[in-house]
Design a protein around this ligand. Structure first.
Ligand code: 6R9
Length: 657
């Protein structure tokens, strides 16, 4: 999906900060001044920002970073000592012990929500930390979490942080193989899982998946089980531990282990364009400062607000904006176990109304899915508590942006389209609600301390002035940056610092417009070349989904005799729309009109569903293979949310040449 500045006037006009949006933490003036200061003197700026969190031993050095290929090294606050869990619990006890830290909204709306206060959070984290310690976990050890979206997931992350252990959360939708690979790569001592995970009324058998995974792991690995649903599971005596029972028996007192600012907090595996998933390493001090600061300023979070990020804690968004950022700030964070469409397409809005959510943060794919179901599902619920809306994960097409603005935000809520990555720890390019005029589809301007640069993809030459187009790199470090790939610093350097020397390479393409606004055009490996014209597949997708009958589209290149690459579009129609030859022609014409003749799809395949990862990202690798008529070599499809859509796509493929 694309950030595209063509299209209807409504979509392309600049949206000022809504007039009723008053008292923002950052204003247009303070943004400019603060941004300039952050770039002029990073040591002074971050030296000040580092004080957002509590240090056991304050740092005296702030920034010590080197992007030189061959000697890449990133250190922030490097002589400081802290404890991340103490920052997320203990330090709030005096002022907000009885304030709700986590609102847990279960999958089944008939099950009551739970409100966990900071005092309860602290107690649960301490008890769980003591259970971990009792089973041999110590500072530096890895603990893999394979859990539903339940408060115990947050307890477990913080329990690890409390004792200085390193967590690696594996999304509950991943297969046993994927889990085993991560346990083995990180050499984890303990896996924490649950019996089963309810989602959308169905149950994922986490414990039996973990059993299957552990067959491929060292037999010393312990398995701690949260009995969540009470569903029956197998039990391996001597290996399996009833963690809730042991927590009840454990002491509620657990001293917070002092860790160095640069000691790892977590490893999070993420797939690159090729090869096995990389273990992205984030450390303690800089990550927490950056997560807390971006959470506060990007969402204009104020004391007493109710913040809801709909991501899963299995992704970086859940780490930074369900757990670490909000809890470091003493916020109330909503944790949702379910899915947007269960029991019906109004669930998000029902939950917003029920808990009086003030900031709501979700993914464009969810917005498009709900848009396809019709605005009546939104209108049913009282959304007057909402102040700020956010998106993350992919470029948002202007139509979805406008729908979100109109039906969810009622034109009163700034929309923050936050661009960032697992690797960046927190937002790098994003509007600030009270400071930034927005343009639908643009992530707008850099966050404090971030120096984006646009380079020519081939020559690596920095593109000065506006407009500019090329690959997006970042010229200098920020505290939330990943430090290394777990166990493979060489791979870290090669992936991010080799191609464009002296810069962090994001892997994304982008355009900077006349106003200096950034438009992320998608991964650079998704760019296709049609008759010598470079084109973002996302651009074509954005045009397609702008058509009223199209719910979703994915576009890839395929070998074309004359053009080099042709354009192959997979199109999911709105509910109830008949796929006809006439509609096919209409869509081709539509895209020609929207972008130009070079963008006309050569082939359009009706796709009842698109192959997506469980985080909602379309797996283009698979779509490219099918479009190339090379479906014998689809590679690993185990991370797909629904592998059966692939068979349908193969069966109905358009390119049988
Ligand atoms: C946080 C997260 C990172 C990739 C990134 C880019 C895409 C994320 C975006 C966006 C355009 C946005 N992406 N946010 N593209 N606009 N607001 O999603 O991390 O899973 O590592 O994905 O997602 O392509 O490079 P991650």
């Amino acid at each position: 999906m694309a950030g595209r500045d063509q299209g209807s006037a409504e979509a392309t006009s600049k949206h000022p900060v809504p007039p009723g949006f008053a008292g923002a933490l950052v204003t247009p003036e303070s943004y400019s001044a603060m941004y300039a200061a952050s770039i002029a003197d990073p040591d002074a700026f971050w030296g000040e920002q580092g004080k957002r969190i509590d240090w056991i031993k304050p740092y005296t050095r702030v920034k010590n970073t080197d992007f030189t290929f061959g000697q890449v090294s990133i250190n922030w606050f490097e002589d400081g000592v802290l404890n991340v869990a103490a920052n997320c619990t203990d330090r709030h006890l005096a002022r907000r012990g009885s304030q709700t830290a986590i609102i847990w909204e279960p999958d089944d709306p008939k099950t009551p929500a739970r409100h966990i206060s900071y005092a309860e959070l602290h107690e649960n984290v301490c008890r769980m930390a003591n259970v971990l310690k009792a089973h041999g976990a110590a500072k530096g050890d890895r603990v893999v979490l394979y859990l539903p979206m339940i408060p115990e997931a947050a307890y477990a992350m913080l329990a690890c942080a409390r004792i200085g252990a390193i967590h690696s959360v594996v999304f509950g939708g991943f297969s046993p193989d994927a889990l085993a690979n991560r346990v083995n790569d990180s050499e984890a001592k303990i896996v924490i899982t649950a019996d089963t995970a309810p989602r959308g009324g169905r149950r994922t058998p986490l414990k039996s998946n973990a059993d299957a995974a552990l067959l491929h792991c060292d037999d010393k690995v312990k398995c701690m089980v949260v009995k969540h649903t009470g569903d029956q599971t197998t039990w391996v005596d001597g290996r399996d531990i009833d963690i809730l029972a042991e927590m009840r028996a454990a002491s509620a007192d657990c001293p917070a282990e002092p860790v160095n600012a640069e000691d790892p907090l977590f490893v999070l595996y993420t797939s690159g364009s090729t090869g096995k998933p990389k273990g992205v390493v984030h450390t303690s001090g800089g990550y927490l400062v950056y997560a807390a600061m971006t959470h506060q300023l990007t969402f204009d979070y104020k004391d007493g607000d109710i913040f809801w990020c709909t991501a899963d804690v299995g992704w970086v968004t859940g780490h930074s904006y369900i757990v670490y950022g909000p809890l470091a700030n003493g916020a109330t964070t909503v944790m949702f176990e379910g899915v947007p469409t269960f029991p019906d397409a109004g669930r998000f809005w029902e939950v917003c109304a029920k808990h009086k959510v003030n900031q709501f943060y979700t993914a464009p794919t969810a917005i498009r899915a709900l848009m396809g179901q019709g605005a009546e599902w939104v209108e049913k619920h009282d959304l007057s508590s909402l102040r700020v809306l956010g998106t993350v994960g992919e470029p948002i097409n202007p139509e979805a942006w406008v729908w979100y603005d109109k039906h969810v935000g009622k034109g009163k809520c700034p929309i923050v389209d936050t661009w960032w990555q697992t690797e960046t720890g927190g937002h790098l390019i994003t509007p600030l609600p009270g400071a930034t005029e927005t343009k639908p589809g643009s992530a707008t301007l850099p966050f404090f301390g971030i120096k984006p640069v646009v380079l020519n993809a081939e020559s690596g030459v920095v593109q000065e002035g506006n407009p500019a187009e090329g690959v997006l790199c970042i010229a200098d470090s920020w505290p939330g940056q990943m430090r290394t790939v777990w166990g493979d610093h060489q791979r870290f350097q090669e992936t991010y610092f080799q191609q464009y020397k002296g810069y962090y390479f994001t892997g994304d393409g982008c355009r900077r417009d006349e106003d200096g606004y950034y438009w992320i055009t998608g991964r650079v490996d998704d760019v296709i070349n049609v008759s010598g014209h470079r084109m973002g597949t996302a651009e074509v997708e954005s045009a397609l989904v702008a058509h009223e009958k199209v719910a979703e589209a994915a576009v890839v290149g395929y070998p074309h005799e004359i053009k080099g690459q042709g354009i192959y579009a997979y199109v999911t129609l709105m509910n109830g729309v008949e796929p006809t030859e006439d509609l096919r022609k209409e869509l081709v014409k539509w895209v020609r009109n929207e972008i130009g003749p070079i963008a006309s799809p050569d082939l359009i395949q009706w796709a009842p569903g698109l192959p997506k990862t469980r985080s909602g990202k379309i797996m283009r690798r698979i779509l490219r293979k099918i479009a190339e008529n090379d479906f014998g070599a689809l590679g690993d499809t185990s991370t797909l949310a629904d592998p059966s859509v692939v068979d349908d796509l193969i069966g109905n493929r358009m390119n049988r040449a």
